[in-house]
Design a protein around this ligand. Structure first.
Ligand code: XIL
Length: 371
């Protein structure tokens, strides 16, 4: 049975029914190029690393995408299933259905699951924003107690606090404003980790942040903030296992890999592991030619991973989705402009689940780490 569709793959996969029909026809996830039998998760494992991707309910609707995860992902991160806004439709309800579904999928493919994220100042359901600070403080403690207790022992790690910094908000220390900073001040960060520790003695606790990669002003502010906050957490006796650096790269941003590598070494020097937690490449601003965009995105990914994987404390790489088809960049663009035709191509697999040069760049980086 041919493993490739005769008609245009993009057209065929355009509808949800396509995936089911494709599997009914006995088609497989597009075969990798000859001589590349292992998925990225297996290649990472040979290098003593993990590789995976964030996951959401697309895998419940798209069987081909589900099969791609099975082949490529050795670890998963919940995209929105365990976010506050999704778990908590109102002040008295906890809806664990999505989180439990993602846990079930992770178990089905034999991959550990990372929980993302207990506390994030950008997660702002209206009902929470309407509460007083005193009421928010009660919600904060109860939420962490309930959710962390429920998933204790079931997750690889928790992004306990996500994106603590946003210097653009003008707060002392460059902290991100939002419902939790308003309720507690920056101390909400230590409180969150201590709260999890009080109900879950085992799960690895991770501090997750974006924008630490580039050498623009923001990148420098974020790196400084992360180092200060890590020291605050460690001095407070927090059982911090790793720092998650999101790795949302952009071809339009400036990078100096010596600067980034030194930052990684300083984090490692504190005895911390480092996870690349949300790798993708924003290719906006590049010329429209797809081959050129894919090559530049792959080259940037290669340079980044070359630096990151030289540091033994870097334990793995997780992309933010696996295929361009379901990238958050694409979703955001199409939500703003449904007729958009120049679509982002940020991930290792294109919208038809075909491997792109970025996949080879990631595989090569793992091979170099394996030595
Ligand atoms: C993104 C989701 O993937 C989108 O679906 C949503 O619209 C916005 O949030 N950094 C993070 C993630 O830590 O939680 C964000 O996820 C992407 C940026």
């Amino acid at each position: 049975m041919p493993d490739r569709l005769t008609c245009s793959r993009r057209d065929f996969l355009r509808t949800g029914a396509a995936a089911t029909a494709a599997l009914a026809a006995g088609l497989q996830v597009p075969a990798l190029a000859a001589g590349a039998p292992a998925g990225l998760g297996a290649l990472a494992k040979k290098a003593g690393l993990f590789f995976g991707a964030s996951v959401a309910d697309e895998v419940e609707r798209d069987d081909l995408y589900r099969a791609l995860y099975k082949r490529e992902a050795g670890i998963l991160t919940t995209d929105w299933a365990l976010k506050f806004g999704n778990l908590r439709p109102d002040a008295t309800t906890y809806d664990f259905r999505d989180g439990d579904a993602m846990l079930g999928f992770a178990r089905e493919i034999g991959a550990p699951l990372r929980g993302h994220t207990l506390i994030w100042n950008e997660d702002r359901p209206d009902w929470l924003m309407a509460l007083s600070n005193a009421e928010r403080r009660r919600v904060f403690d109860a939420h962490i107690d309930k959710v962390a207790s429920r998933y204790a022992g079931k997750l690889h790690s928790w992004d306990v606090v996500n994106e603590p910094f946003w210097p653009g908000h003008g707060l002392a220390g460059g902290f991100r404003d939002g419902p939790w900073t308003e309720a507690f001040g920056p101390d909400y960060v230590v409180r969150a980790y201590k709260r999890v520790m009080s109900v879950d003695a085992r799960t690895r606790l991770v501090l997750n942040e974006a924008h630490a990669e580039s050498v623009d002003e923001l990148g420098g502010q974020i790196r400084d903030g992360i180092e200060r906050l890590v020291d605050t957490l460690l001095d407070a006796g927090v059982r911090l296992g790793a720092v998650g650096l999101q790795g949302h790269l952009a071809t339009a941003l400036p990078y100096d890999w010596d600067v980034f590598g030194s930052f990684l070494e300083r984090l490692a020097g504190r005895g911390l592991d480092i996870y690349i937690t949300e790798l993708d490449v924003d290719d906006s601003g590049l010329a429209d030619d797809i081959d050129d965009r894919d090559r530049q995105a792959a080259d940037l990914c290669a340079a980044f991973l070359d630096t990151a994987l030289k540091v033994p404390a870097v334990k793995g790489v997780i992309t933010w989705q696996l295929s361009d088809r379901y990238s958050w960049y694409r979703n955001q663009l199409l939500a703003e402009n449904p007729g958009a035709t120049r679509l982002p191509r940020p991930l290792p697999f294109d919208a038809a689940f075909e491997a792109k040069p970025m996949r080879a760049a990631i595989a090569d980086a793992f091979a170099r780490r394996a030595g």
